[in-house]
Design a protein around this ligand. Structure first.
Ligand code: CDP
Length: 230
């Protein structure tokens, strides 16, 4: 059967990656978490001292981008690819609230975006890919056969992310998580380069009140319609 490209965009913590993973597994497609790549560069910037609570050396980061190598390798336990920064597995470290607090500033830098968009486009060359992010349907794969745009209330999203972080053993406050989500929503939708917007041909799904299974069935049905129409 012919393979397609599926782009899933939307706000922070809307469950994009959960449904993208389910879909990729079901279809036998490759799943790519584009946000993990922005998070890995943010971790690099923090570790190299380009970014901290009181300073952000954008020029320094840009001139050192050539030292950043991002790759994905399948984790045999989770059956999902983990992200590697310069050969080191950083999957756990990129998910902290600290990285979340800086990532949208890093993702607003055009040089960072053009480097990652190129890599993402290469990963999708063969089709048979489900990629989630903020600009997948608008910039990375504007010709994707199926584009989904996920939304949910900020409170619902913060509750989900808070639960995730607590379950990982991170010591965070709900109010901090909500604040981070609202701040990232603002930066991601207002940046000059590839802001988060719904592509004209994307299908919007509000999952505030959908169960994971309802959401999956919904998107699977849309996928089947596209595949049958090829
Ligand atoms: O999982 P969560 O929704 O918290 O975010 P993510 O997908 O890991 O993305 C983290 C951040 O990376 C976003 O808030 C954006 O600032 C940035 N990002 C982006 O600009 N473009 C993408 N395609 C993916 C993520």
């Amino acid at each position: 059967m012919q393979k397609i490209t599926i782009a899933i965009d939307g706000y922070s913590s809307t469950g994009k990656s959960t449904v993208a993973k389910q879909l990729a597994k079901y279809l036998g497609y490759v799943y790519v978490d584009s946000g993990a790549m922005y998070r890995a560069i943010t971790l690099f910037a923090m570790e190299q001292g380009f970014i901290s609570d009181d300073h952000f050396d954008v020029k320094g980061l840009i001139s050192n981008l050539e030292l950043v190598q991002i790759s994905f390798k399948l984790n045999k336990e989770t059956h999902v690819a983990d992200v590697y920064l310069n050969g080191i597995n950083v999957e756990k470290r990129i998910r902290t609230l600290e990285v979340s607090n800086f990532v949208s500033q890093v993702a607003a830098i055009s040089e960072v975006r053009s480097m990652l968009v190129k890599q993402q486009q290469q990963m999708g060359e063969e089709r048979g890919v489900v990629m989630d992010g903020r600009d997948i349907g608008t910039v990375v794969f504007p010709k994707a056969e199926l584009k989904i745009f996920m939304i949910a209330s900020a409170e619902k999203r913060a509750q989900r992310r808070y639960k995730e972080l607590i379950e990982r053993g991170d010591n965070v406050d709900y109010s901090e998580v909500l604040h981070n989500i609202q701040e990232r929503d603002y930066i991601d939708t207002h940046r000059k380069d590839s802001p988060l917007i719904k592509a004209d041909d994307a299908i919007e799904i509000d999952n505030s009140n959908l169960t994971l299974d309802e959401q999956f069935q919904n998107i699977l049905q849309l996928t089947t319609q596209v595949l049958e129409g090829l």
